[in-house]
Design a protein around this ligand. Structure first.
Ligand SMILES: Cc1ncc(C[n+]2csc(CCOP(=O)(O)OP(=O)(O)O)c2C)c(N)n1
Ligand code: SF4
Length: 266
């Protein structure tokens, strides 16, 4: 694990859920060929993960981590490309990228740090903030109800859909391993409390529970799990096999040069 450490000073707040995500990711990849893993981040508290792990990484623009990751994968499809993004990053600023990456089955793993607000900018509401949430941009309480991220991914034809919790590191480690092993697009929503602006730690500790890995290719079963309301299920909700985008995209044919590809197109 030590070889994955860096010398950066960690500036996450004590007890922030991001620590759990970093720990789970380090454990998930510790026995892999680290030269073949690239981490791409958005901008926000979640994105500092790139500073805290000794891997090839790319700090992208706010909301643009996913297209950058897709580009990395197309340029070298032997790499495992993992996106670390926030709910503000990929459900507000860059939501269309998330939908299209799922739809085209881009071969990337998206770890979405869902703390249900824009944290680095001190607590504005996002598409997944709870209704009534009082933050910097909604002092009277958010008047909108939250988006169901996993339902959106299901409707976008994502081929691997999972949810973890930063407070259950062992389970999250397994989810990340499975997401990395999946050929094609994998989305792992991680419930991660922002202890400074919207602390859901006690709620998640009480409500989350791990579901068994079964009926993973059943759309009916996936929908049931995704729409469950009372308790909060964690685990893999859906997984099916489908050819990943880079195998279908013209540019992935290694024998062709850019000039050859362009001459075929023109
Ligand atoms: C295009 C653009 N818009 C807004 C900002 C300002 N900004 C920086 S971080 C951030 C919040 C990030 O929130 P989220 O993606 O949810 O990540 P978190 O901080 O919660 O981990 C915002 C709005 C920016 N840097 N770039
Ligand atoms: S502001 Fe919230 S998300 Fe950011 S480091 Fe602090 S606890 Fe974590």
């Amino acid at each position: 694990m030590r070889k994955l450490d860096t010398n950066y000073k960690n500036t996450w707040c004590p007890f922030c859920g991001n620590f759990g995500i970093l720990a789970a990711f380090k454990k998930a990849i510790q026995n892999k060929d680290l030269n073949k893993i690239v981490a791409v981040t958005g901008i926000g508290c979640h994105a500092k993960l790139a500073d805290y792990i000794n891997l090839s990484s790319f700090y992208s623009l706010h909301g643009r981590a996913i297209p950058v990751a897709e580009g990395v994968k197309l340029a070298n499809n032997e790499l495992d490309v993992v996106v670390f993004t926030g709910d503000g990053d990929s459900l507000d600023e860059g939501i269309s990228h998330l939908i299209h990456a799922a739809k085209r089955n881009a071969d990337i793993t998206v770890v979405l740090h869902n703390n249900r607000l824009f944290a680095l900018t001190t607590g504005q509401f996002t598409a997944v903030s709870p209704e009534g949430f009082k933050g910097k941009s909604t002092p009277m309480g958010a008047p909108e109800s939250p988006l169901n991220l996993l339902l959106l991914m299901f409707a976008s034809n994502a081929t691997f859909i999972a949810r973890g919790y930063s407070g259950n590191i062992k389970h999250l480690e397994e989810l990340i391993k499975r997401g990395l092993a999946h050929k094609g697009f994998s989305i792992i929503e991680v419930l991660t409390p922002c202890v400074s602006f919207l602390d859901f730690t006690a709620h998640y500790n009480e409500k989350t529970y791990v579901i068994p890995n079964k009926d993973l290719d059943s759309r009916e079963s996936a929908l049931r799990k995704i729409e469950e309301g009372e308790k909060i299920p964690l685990g893999i909700f859906y997984e099916v096999k489908k050819k990943p985008y880079f195998e279908r995209a013209l540019i992935s044919k290694k024998e062709e040069t850019v000039e050859q590809i362009l001459s075929e197109l023109i």
